[in-house]
Ligand binder design. Sequence first.
Ligand SMILES: [Cu+2]
Length: 387
Amino acid sequence: MAGDKGLGKGKTSGISRRNLLKTGAVSAGVLVGGGLLSQAMHAQETHPADQHHAAADPAAHSEHNSLLVGVVDHQRNGFDPMQVLVDWDAGQVSVLPNGQTLREYNIYAEDKEIEIAPGIFYPAWTYNGRVPGPTIRCTEGDRLRIRFINGGTHPHTLHFHGIHPFEMDGVPGAGPGEIAPGQTFTYEFDADPFGCFLYHCHAMPLKRHIHKGLYGAFIVDPKQGRPPAREFVMVMNGFDTNFDEENEVYAVNTVGHEYVRRPIPAKVGELIRVYLINIVEFDPLNSFHLHANMFDYYDHGTTLEPTLRTVDTIMQVQGQRGILEFKYRWPGKYMFHAHVSEFTELGWMGQFNVVPPDQFEAAMAEVGVDAEWDRKATQGSTAKANA
Ligand SMILES: [Cu+2]
């Protein structure tokens, strides 16, 4: 029977997500990604027939409780989560005869295997070879012209959140509908209104096309801009590595626990602004909890005044977004994570490394980022500075 190969739904798996949580491999530590766990999951991913060898040796579990073992090869992936935090894509910019700013983009879909935790590989579908796709950033009122090229093996679309004509909605039955492999279509609309949005594939079956990795952030700055801040984009995502419709790895910006291995540098006293997006499939809710601090929250980012003040935890349904603003008073390594313990243990956890200004350069060097990263984090807005 098909189930004997181990790809049947849940039946043969000794290393399903629920079972993982029961083994010492995860419960003894906070962090996923250890050698045995990696081997087990990778075995299931690519060599289902061998999975029992990997999963059935309980002695091996206890040897690998240090779950920070190993690193992800970001170069091989073609994207680095430290850079994903700040690599706003303003597009190819020109001015239309009517004075409107035009931003042009090329986005292609591509099937690509990516490493989502040390030694754990996932057969993703990507926009521009990365998960999440490029962070499209513009100012309200700009014209967006986005040429989509489907280089993948399945029909895909680009569905943007925001206000736009029906034909540009990127769903089956609207305009060109699903774009077949090898085909292209140019989506064009005005950025309206300002806020924190996302785009994703809307081909059928939807949950498959989303959880495979076809999504990205879409940030529309208000015309007057927002107050100066250190800005990051965080896309909360998850990966179903054994196709049982549950996620085995959770993350922000794809790589589980990457911001624990490489805490995000920030300065004491400065305003930090996080554009937060939840795209996790299969689980009805995700959340964000900040340690030793409180933040203001702008639900959907479509207002200039906070919709929640002085909170330390918010929740988002799939597709929901918001903007967080906060400052740290004292230096330290502060955790942020989902307040769903299971997600945390399976990768959705990070840290801010808050330092005095004179130690900031060293904090950046520790995690492999430089002055250009700092510039992107603090000067990402596309709005003209009017203030
Ligand atoms: Cu798709």
